[in-house]
Structures are given as structure tokens and as C-alpha cells.
Ligand binder design. Structure first.
Ligand code: PLP
Length: 383
């Protein structure tokens, strides 16, 4: 079924920061499945875990506990401020769960309050409710009628937030760094005041960390950047290192689902949990996270050099989630030229390039990316 334009190339093999197509052409991958392959293509720890688990137990049914599910939940709880985990199969599904949990909590504790404040330009996924929650430009007129109950305001605008909260408000949901919008961070002061406001009004704070979670920002979870504790967090993308798994994570006090409220056929299946556990264990090591921070700083430096050289604007983001403001609408052209030159780069908006390499990307690979981009920028300027 047609859903998007794709190039002719058929991708057949991946190894670390490199992807290979059916002709044998090699691509330096700074997209990594949209920040999904956190350890690069086919990382040994995940391959070994998947192989071992596939030979042991693939699917006992979600009616039973399984060992990888328990171990992964323990690992996430052990490294975060949360107590409870529900595994899902995609970021959108985890976010749906977060909204359901907040509405249930509102029904039990806040007189049936159900409204959730979300942000303009936010991205929470492509299910009907998440398209309703998202603030992506153009989505407000798609697939009507929408799921009601979402009120949108600008990120980092505390006055707008105060003005939007009513008796019906049960939660605020936002990305610590708006990824799909083009890498726009929430400010630390804003997040701290938002946390205080939520406490004051008894409203839940939900962070969508589908893109920022699991080491992407140099912290294991993006909320750590602000020194706050949310009530609910969702993970996806990088959690499985390439395989489809996501998580709804919450504090004990808000974990109010009863039997039948939430579930799903593939949820918490041991094959995906085993892969995710291997990836999470590697990324959770303090030395690994320190290396992400260092690589992120180096990437920012190289991007700033390129920006100076070619007259571009600012570099945004944290860790290995970065964006470069091109100041003119050539992002798509740059990405197309780069593809021809053997490099994958994403342009989330016409004037912006986004960088989300493997978290174990090397300095040599960052240098190689810089050389290719430098050449591509000159070609695009000439054209
Ligand atoms: C990608 C993304 C989602 C959606 O995840 P899917 O796995 O595609 O459903 C949700 N929220 C954020 C912040 C994302 O970046």
C-alpha cells in the first residue's frame, strides 16, 4: 500500500553505522531507522540475545510472565524514578496507554477530569488518538472527527499553560525535546515550573520519551536533563535497538489499571524483551552514557564548523539528537544529494537537518559525515 515516496534501492544488510543496498552500495547512516538502532545495525549483544531467546521461548502468551519481560521491567525501574512498566509494540501504542492511564486516574481521583494539554508541533504517533494529541502542522484537518480531549499550547510558554488548565485537566503531555518538529528542547526552567504547577494543581506530568529516552540525549532518560521526576513516561524507538518494543512506565501512585483495562497480543513477548534487555544493559552503563555525551559534543562542534563555513544558523539539541538550521528551505535537496553520495540524513522540516546516529558512533564516522555534508552543501549551493 502506498504510504510514502521511497527510493528504488532495496536495503539488504546493515553493520554498525553502515547500511548496504541490493547493488552493494554503502550508506553512512545518520538516521538509524529514526533513532531506533541505538547500537547501530545488527549489534552483537542484540543479535546474540535474539538468537538465544528464539531457541528458548518466543511466545508463551501475554497471560503469563516470562523471564526477559521481568528482567527488562526490573532494569527500567532500577534505573529510573518509576515503579511499574507495561510493554507495548510501538511508541504510539505506549502513548495511547499513557493517555488511558491518565484518564483512568482522573476518573478515580479528579472527578472525571480527562483533558490532556499537549504542545503545538508535538509528535506522539499515528494512531487516531495520537494524531489528535499531536500538534503536527496539517494534522488538525485529517481523519475527522478527531478524538476529543486534547488542548494544545506552545512549548515553553508557562502563561499559556496556566491559562489552559481547568477543572477538566488531568495531565500535561510533552516531549523533553520535540524531535519530529525539528529538535526543539523544552527549557530547564520551564520544565521545573511545569512540575511545580502540576504538583500544585494535582495534574499528571507525562513525558513522551519515545525519541529522547534510552541514552539518546546523553542521559539514560531525557527528564534527567531537568532534575525533575515525571509521573508517567513512554519509551519506544531506541529501546529495542531495532526491534519493535515500547514501554509505558509510571509511578506506583498513578498505576491504577485493573484487569481488562490494558493489554495486547504481543505485549511483553520474550523475543523483543530479550533484545531490548541486551541493548538497555549496554546503554545503561555510566561509561557508555558518558561516551554519548562526548560524541554529542563533538558532533555539535563539527556541525558548528560546517554552519560557519556555509553561513547556516544554529545547532540545536542534546547528546546525539541534534539539528542544524540551514536558514533556507534546502533540507530535502540536501538529503537527496547526500543519499546519492552514500549517506542517510533526515530533514524533518524544510530548513532543518536532523542527526540521530548510532549512540556508539565513532569520531571517524562523524568526521566522514562532515566531509560528505561539506561536499553536498557546496553542490547544493552551486545547483
Ligand atoms: C516516533 C515517535 C512516536 C511514535 O512512535 P511509533 O513507534 O512510530 O508509533 C511517538 N512519540 C515520539 C516523540 C516519537 O518520536
Amino acid at each position: 500500500m502506498y504510504i510514502v515516496d521511497r527510493p528504488e534501492a532495496v536495503m539488504v544488510r546493515g553493520d554498525g553505522s553502515y547500511l548496504y543496498d541490493h547493488t552493494g552500495k554503502r550508506y553512512l547512516d545518520f538516521v538509524q531507522g529514526w533513532a531506533v538502532n541505538s547500537l547501530g545495525h545488527c549489534p552483537a549483544p542484540a543479535v546474540e540475545a535474539i538468537t538465544r531467546q528464539a531457541q528458548t521461548l518466543i511466545n508463551p502468551s501475554p497471560a503469563f510472565f516470562n523471564r526477559p519481560m521481568i528482567d527488562l521491567a526490573d532494569a527500567i525501574v532500577g534505573k529510573s524514578c518509576f515503579d511499574r512498566v507495561f510493554f507495548a509494540n510501538s511508541g504510539a501504542e505506549a502513548n495511547e496507554g499513557a493517555v488511558k492511564l491518565a484518564r483512568k486516574w482522573g476518573a478515580l481521583n479528579k472527578n472525571g477530569a480527562y483533558e490532556i494539554v499537549t504542545m503545538n508541533h508535538s509528535f506522539h504517533g499515528r494512531t487516531l488518538a495520537m494524531m489528535s494529541a499531536s500538534g503536527k502542522d496539517g494534522w488538525d484537518r485529517l481523519f475527522e472527527p478527531k478524538v476529543p480531549g486534547f488542548r494544545k499550547i506552545d512549548l515553553n510558554d508557562l502563561d499559556a499553560l496556566t491559562a489552559t488548565i481547568t477543572d477538566k485537566t488531568v495531565a500535561v503531555m510533552l516531549e523533553p525535546i520535540q524531535g519530529e518538529a525539528g529538535v526543539f528542547p523544552a527549557q530547564e526552567g520551564y520544565m521545573r515550573k511545569l512540575r511545580a504547577l502540576c504538583d500544585e494543581k494535582d495534574i499528571l506530568l507525562i513525558v513522551d520519551e519515545v525519541q529522547t529516552g534510552v541514552g539518546r540525549t546523553g542521559k539514560l532518560f531525557g527528564y534527567e536533563l531537568f532534575g525533575i521526576e515525571p509521573d508517567i513516561m513512554t519509551l519506544g524507538k531506541g529501546l529495542g535497538g531495532g526491534v519493535p518494543i515500547a514501554a509505558l512506565v509510571a509511578k506506583e501512585r498513578v498505576s491504577c489499571f485493573v484487569a481488562g483495562d490494558q493489554g495486547g497480543t504481543f505485549n511483553g513477548n520474550p523475543l523483543m524483551c530479550a533484545a531490548a534487555l541486551a541493548v538497555f544493559t549496554e546503554i545503561g552503563r555510566p561509561e557508555f552514557l558518558q561516551a554519548v555525551e562526548n560524541s554529542g559534543r563533538y558532533l555539535r562542534l563539527k556541525l558548528e564548523e560546517l554552519a560557519n563555513l556555509h553561513g547556516f544558523g544554529e545547532v540545536r539539541g542534546q547528546g546525539l539528537l541534534r539539528a542544524l538550521n540551514l536558514k533556507r528551505p534546502v533540507g530535502k535537496t540536501v538529503a537527496e544529494y547526500a543519499f546519492r553520495e552514500g549517506m542517510l540524513i533526515n530533514s524533518p522540516r524544510p530548513d532543518t537537518l536532523r542527526f540521530m546516529p548510532a549512540l556508539n558512533v565513532s569520531r571517524d564516522e562523524i568526521n566522514e559525515m562532515t566531509v560528505i555534508l561539506d561536499r553536498v552543501f557546496s553542490e547544493v549551493a552551486r545547483a
